[in-house]
Ligand binder design. Structure first.
Ligand code: MN
Length: 363
């Protein structure tokens, strides 16, 4: 396991790399060029510049996230072949800079959705991202985009890039003729094109789940359950076609048994990395993002980490979204303090697993 952290780049992140380095056990980043629009080539120079800064802080950068897929690829229309060619170039460029895993998603339009980015947690006065489906009543997709960007405090949010949302109305209209089955077919077309390139350059593509883990606004979504991932994983038979299992995204749906999902795909050798965070359900399709600790949320983190330890111990892990605590202000979900606490806690669980195993072998 390698413990990593998300960082948005010098211009866009208020957190200094040296502070990330000071978190115990932190080996590197899951990096991200937050200014890149879907479909664009990530040039080697700009990747090298970003990674150079990370290395200068004595951190690794073997995982890159949010290399977003253009909607034309997901819809199977327009200029998809051109965008796929661009994607292949991006994969080669990333690989040449030492990247081993690329995290992406295949969700139409929205890649995550919350109804409040800073809901106070009454028990301790901190705040965190929050979702209540009832609050979406009467709100259209455009209203939620407006609300989310207004509440972001001027920070860019992954998945909510302005270029991507500019043509929202037209895109939503076009998706009316795309079924979940079409999305799977288009997904296969994409994988068949890019996975051979990944195999050539030793890179894994890691698909991130839908968040929340069910279809929204009538859009087709296919990556949010054991059944969904079973269908996705057989689309292309290669270890380079892997998953980024995000425990908080999956656990937003009470029907998901997250530990079994980790074990199932871990045993298949198809988990490349993990986002680990906890959620606390407050009602039907109503939840907040809690601290990582098992007793603060509904996920048993001991069992989650044990599943990783026993089935896919070589993965990259990062503590996902944290609460805002100790008066910290910053990008919603991406403060320093609570994510650092999350990393320390996960490292503690991991150390216990390693030592338990060691003791068992001695017996
Ligand atoms: Mn995630």
């Amino acid at each position: 396991m390698k413990m990593t952290f998300r960082w948005f780049g010098e211009k866009s992140d208020t957190i200094a790399l040296k502070h990330i380095k000071q978190i115990p056990g932190m080996t590197g980043l899951m990096g991200f060029l937050d200014y890149k629009a879907a479909g664009e080539v990530w040039e080697k120079d700009e990747i090298a510049e970003y990674i150079g800064k990370v290395h200068a802080a004595r951190l690794e950068c073997e995982v890159i996230e949010s290399v977003n897929i253009h909607e034309d690829i997901k819809m199977g229309s327009g200029k998809r072949d051109e965008y796929i060619e661009n994607y292949k170039t991006t994969i080669r460029n990333l690989a040449e800079c030492g990247v081993k895993v690329i995290v992406y998603n295949f969700m139409p339009v929205f890649d995550w959705l919350r109804t409040d980015l800073a809901r106070e947690i009454p028990e301790d006065g901190s705040n965190s991202l929050y979702f209540d489906e009832a609050e979406l009543e009467g709100m259209g997709p455009l209203d939620i985009v407006r609300k989310t960007t207004e509440e972001s405090g001027g920070f860019s949010l992954p998945g909510w890039e302005p270029e991507r949302l500019a043509e929202l109305e037209t895109t939503l209209e076009k998706y009316k003729s795309v079924s979940a089955k079409d999305l799977l077919v288009n997904f296969k077309y994409f994988l068949d094109a890019v996975i051979p390139v990944c195999e050539e350059c030793g890179v894994k593509m890691a698909c991130h789940p839908d968040d929340p883990a069910w279809p929204i606004f009538g859009l087709p979504r296919i990556a949010h359950s054991m059944e969904g991932f079973e269908k996705i994983i057989v689309l292309h038979d290669s270890k380079s076609h892997a998953l980024c299992l995000c425990t908080g995204s999956l656990a937003s749906n009470v029907n998901n048994d997250v530990v079994s999902i980790v074990r199932r795909f871990g045993e298949m050798g198809r988990v490349a990395c993990m986002h680990i965070r906890n959620v606390k359900h407050l009602g039907h399709r109503k939840f907040r993002e809690s601290s990582h600790l098992s007793t603060d949320g509904d996920l048993d983190m001991y069992e989650v980490v044990k599943a990783v330890f026993e089935t896919c111990p070589d993965v990259y892990i990062r503590p996902d979204h944290g609460r805002m605590i100790w008066e910290e202000t910053g990008r919603p979900g991406y403060g320093l303090y609570d994510r650092a606490l999350g990393a320390a806690y996960l490292n503690g669980l991991w150390e216990a697993m390693v030592k338990e195993q060691h003791n068992e072998t001695k017996l």
